[in-house]
Design a protein around this ligand. Structure first.
Ligand code: HEM
Length: 433
């Protein structure tokens, strides 16, 4: 639904800055995007972006405002409009194929109260820290295998392509119940799903289309559906103890979970469950290469690894935004937000907020406290956060003792996305311990 912001008395963000925050390409260059966020936090922490091709929207860059908005899921909905930012033409395409809504995927991020709580409850218990910690030994075996594989590269490799893409994929697919031979398919579909704006990830037959992002998003969801319909049916016939079985056999109001909602769950876990952790794992190593005092500290004291994990997640912020939609007239930071206006929640900016983090651009594994919002906040806060932190901790515990030193062997490359993503390449040279 198009909103028109009567912006006479409300702050309008200079168009060059607004374009930077909205454009997927800006996120391939940390200097560009973080300069724009810094400007906004300082001059217009809550301002209106008016960029041709997009409906007007608020850009939210301060940590406190992000928390205030996200904590109130009744006042700020995810699903009245698209929870992911698209241009007007792309949203029009999505409405065309869904028969009028932008809910192309029935995952938790496309739900509001009370539906959201009903569906989140199905797996909330499985993701609790106490339950997740029981998986530690199983995950450690996978970490050891991945580390052995890395060490076989004999001193030089692309840490992303040869390592960081695969370990989190292996962890989540193992717990989820996707057979190992299908992991390459899951990786490819995830890269297409999150990489809709990145020319290197676009399907050739769609690349020239003006709404390639929306078309590819829809096509990758369809391919996931085909895959998971089959696996889901198998798990209904023969339940096992994996996460996929739990979802496939769950019931909503006494009836089996509907197909769309089951697939929404599967797609969210099969994509968000590894792409994010790959980026933050690579970022953890990159941060230590740029700020080597951290390397020395964590090598001397492995007790600092949990701090390394949190800082890696803050510093990389693999989820760049989610959208919220005001359900009533309200105020945030003294600004009048009107009913049905949309807000872009910029997590990477909140995680560099000078009011909360000292020397915020610096990678510092001893940062304490580290109240980052890379996992979001409030009722939608990341379901997989404890798993993400556990698998990263185990990984660094297994990896660091085997490395004497590590250095950059080329320029890192980042995915072109304003939604979810991070490292595409991180060339390294390393000495084994
Ligand atoms: C939601 C970040 C790992 C599954 C989210 C949100 C963020 C996020 C920002 C939205 C929160 C909000 O709206 O307030 C991250 C980061 C990760 C990570 C930075 C890793 C470093 C994972 C993993 C899984 C996962 C490993 C699954 C195994 C989900 C799901 C949601 C979600 C299902 C939707 C929750 C809801 O709407 O109720 N995540 N995530 N994430 N994440 Fe993660």
């Amino acid at each position: 639904m198009a909103t028109s912001l009567d912006a006479d008395t409300r702050p309008i963000i200079p168009e060059d800055i607004a374009r930077i925050v909205i454009a997927p390409k800006s996120y391939t260059d940390d200097a560009t995007i973080y300069r724009a966020f810094k400007w906004l936090r300082e001059h217009m922490p809550l301002g209106i972006a008016q960029v041709p091709g997009y409906d007007p929207l608020w850009i939210v860059t301060r940590h406190a405002d992000i928390r205030e908005i996200e904590r109130n899921a009744k006042l700020f909905h995810n699903a009245d409009h698209n929870p992911v930012l698209n241009d007007r033409a792309s949203d029009a395409f999505t409405r065309e194929i869904t028969g009028g809504t932008t809910r192309l995927l029935s995952s938790l991020t496309y739900m509001d109260p009370p539906e959201h709580a009903t569906y989140r409850m199905l797996t909330a218990n499985w993701f609790l820290p106490g339950k997740i910690s029981k998986l530690e030994e199983q995950i450690r075996v996978l970490a050891r295998q991945s580390v052995d594989n890395l060490l076989s590269f004999d001193g030089e490799c692309d840490f992303v392509r040869d390592f960081a893409l695969h370990y989190p994929l292996r962890v989540i697919m193992t717990l989820f119940g996707v057979p190992p031979e299908d992991e390459p398919k899951m990786l490819k579909l995830t890269q297409e799903f999150f990489g809709v704006h990145d020319p290197e990830e676009q399907r050739p037959e769609m690349a020239a289309d003006p709404v390639v992002a929306a078309k590819q998003w829809a096509a990758s969801i369809e391919d996931f559906y085909v895959y998971f319909d089959k696996l889901s049916a198998q798990r209904r016939e023969q339940p096992t103890d994996d996460l996929l079985s739990l979802i496939a056999n769950s019931r909503i109001n006494g009836a089996p979970i509907p197909r769309d909602e089951a697939n929404g769950y599967y797609v969210a876990i099969a994509t968000a469950g590894h792409d994010t952790t790959s980026s933050s794992t690579a970022g953890g190593l990159h941060g230590m290469m740029i700020y080597p005092e951290n390397w020395a500290k964590v090598k001397a004291d492995p007790g600092l690894i949990p701090g390394l994990v949190d800082e890696a997640i803050r510093w990389t912020s693999p989820v760049k935004h989610f959208m919220r939609n005001a359900t009533a007239d309200t105020q945030v930071r003294g600004m009048d937000i009107r009913s049905m206006e949309r807000l872009m929640i910029c997590y990477p900016s909140g995680n560099r907020d000078e009011d909360v983090f000292t020397d915020a651009d610096r990678f510092d594994i001893t940062r304490s406290p580290n109240p980052h919002i890379a996992f979001g906040f409030g009722p939608h806060m990341c379901l997989g956060q404890h798993l993400a932190k556990l698998e990263m901790r185990i990984l660094f515990e297994e990896l660091l003792p085997h490395l004497q030193s590590v250095e950059l062997a080329g320029d890192p490359r980042l995915v072109e996305t304003n939604f979810v993503g991070g490292y595409k390449a991180l060339p390294i040279r390393f000495k084994k311990a």
